[in-house]
Design a protein around this ligand. Structure first.
Ligand SMILES: Cc1cc2nc3c(=O)[nH]c(=O)nc-3n(C[C@H](O)[C@H](O)[C@H](O)COP(=O)(O)OP(=O)(O)OC[C@H]3O[C@@H](n4cnc5c(N)ncnc54)[C@H](O)[C@@H]3O)c2cc1C
Length: 396
């Protein structure tokens, strides 16, 4: 039976950043993941994910994302590969953000300024001139922050997995964990569906939306929720190329709508919705985008991006969040199983933090703390627990 210091279950962004960091710290790390890496059904596997500092009144997430953006630049240099595209982040507001300081946009803008950044306020005229694809009619205000953009998430996981192997991590693809063998409060071995057994001093469970399927005691805490993603082939691609277009949110805390500029290699415009989602079982339930979802998309485009409203949808996907009830990540040691650590709960906003995630998870996994890890500790929820991530459309 293969023995490691750390065995990481799941090679999405949580697992692979932790594996790299732990191997760099001198531990022998093994990683198990079903099929190939990046796994096609993993949340981390996509053409793009938003990288933003804008978190409304939440200064801790803003500080984390600010540090992460330095990390993204570092990875672009280190890998000599443009994984992160700094196209900026445009918040389109139905209300005037300065009259609404507690709104996601108003609070984000004032906190950016507080942290020394210089977001720009755009008038309707500015919006029409700089971002002509948008209908300016619905908006009274717009805020553009140039220190933000998107990362090619699937390629990031691929790069990090190759780097992990270079460092000496043993990655086992096509190994899907079936169960943990437990004895006297410890996980003594891990069994896979493929009939293999693995052991380690410490087990790190990073299975995203599948995590509660391996650890049922987390079912009341971590839910898998499915969210629609659409790729459109624009008939006028020039209108969606940066700097004519950037990552944007459209009154997101009240609608959920956000999107990306023309993808540099896929030549599509991705639009998605950061809302409630549909609760699903990752193993059993189908993940489909319905005709109703497409109709909602078309209605949004007709009003807000008319130049894209009749263009073909060339790909759809319902992707799963590993959703905690309060929207904060879940990174902590298991209270009973002494050598098991859980790192999951990305709740639809974890990918951007990749450059700081590895160190945070490794600190917790080696028995320490990280300056930002406290609020991801093992915690209780009750009937009053609310989703706290301010960009998220909660339909309350
Ligand atoms: C539609 C959508 C849009 C998003 N947009 C953004 C965004 O714009 N910006 C942002 O910051 N975040 C975004 N997120 C959130 C972000 O993608 C996630 O927080 C992050 O990718 C979660 O990473 P993970 O490693 O926890 O999970 P995954 O990436 O899901 O990785 C889990 C891994 O575990 C493996 N696994 C599962 N079961 C087993 C098993 N039994 N044995 C071994 N391995 C197993 C899976 O194959 C997979 O590789 C979005 C998420 C979704 C779904």
């Amino acid at each position: 039976m293969k023995q490691y210091d750390f065995l990481v279950v799941g090679a999405g962004i949580f697992g692979i950043t932790a594996a790299v960091e732990l191997q760099k710290r001198g531990y022998q790390v093994g990683v198990l993941n079903p099929d190939s890496i990046p796994h096609p059904m993993a949340a981390s596997t996509d053409i793009s994910k938003v990288i933003r500092m804008e978190y409304g009144a939440d200064l801790e997430y803003m500080a984390m994302a600010d540090a992460a953006i330095d990390g993204w630049h570092g990875w672009n240099d280190f890998f000599q590969d443009k994984l992160y595209h700094e196209t900026g982040f445009l918040m389109l507001c139905k209300q005037n953000a300065s009259n609404d300081p507690e709104s996601f946009e108003g609070a984000s803008s004032s906190n950016l300024i507080r942290r020394g950044h210089q977001p720009e306020r755009l008038s309707k005229k500015d919006l029409e001139l700089r971002f002509p694809a948008f209908a300016s009619g619905p908006y009274t205000d717009a805020i553009f922050n140039s220190r933000a953009g998107f990362a090619e998430s699937g390629r990031v996981v691929q790069r990090l997995a190759a780097y992990a192997v270079q460092l000496g991590v043993e990655i086992w693809q096509y190994q899907s964990v079936l169960l943990f063998e437990k004895n006297k409060g410890r996980v003594v071995a891990v069994q896979t569906r493929e009939g293999q057994r693995f052991a380690a001093g410490e087990i790190l469970l990073c299975a995203g939306a599948y995590t509660p399927n391996l650890l049922p005691e987390l079912k009341p805490i971590l839910r898998a929720t499915g969210h629609p993603v659409f790729h459109l082939r624009p008939s006028r691609p020039e209108l969606f190329q940066f700097p004519q277009f950037s990552v944007f949110t459209s009154d997101i805390s009240h609608t959920g709508w956000y999107g990306f500029p023309l993808h540099p290699t896929e030549n599509v415009v991705k639009i998605a919705n950061h809302g409630i989602g549909i609760e699903l079982d990752p193993e059993r339930d189908e993940r489909v985008v319905t005709a109703g979802d497409i109709a909602n998309l078309r209605a949004f485009l007709e009003e807000h991006i008319p130049t894209l409203a009749n263009d073909p949808v060339v790909f759809t996907r319902r992707c799963l969040y590993s959703d905690t009830r309060d929207g904060h990540f879940w990174i902590d040691r298991h209270p009973e199983l002494k050598n098991l650590v859980v790192a999951a709960g990305g709740s639809g906003h974890g990918f951007k933090m990749a450059p700081v995630l590895g160190a945070m998870i490794a600190d917790v996994a080696t028995g320490g703390k990280h300056k930002w890890s406290d609020r991801y500790r093992w915690r209780q929820f009750d009937a009053n627990t609310r989703q706290l991530e301010e960009a998220r459309f909660k339909a309350e």
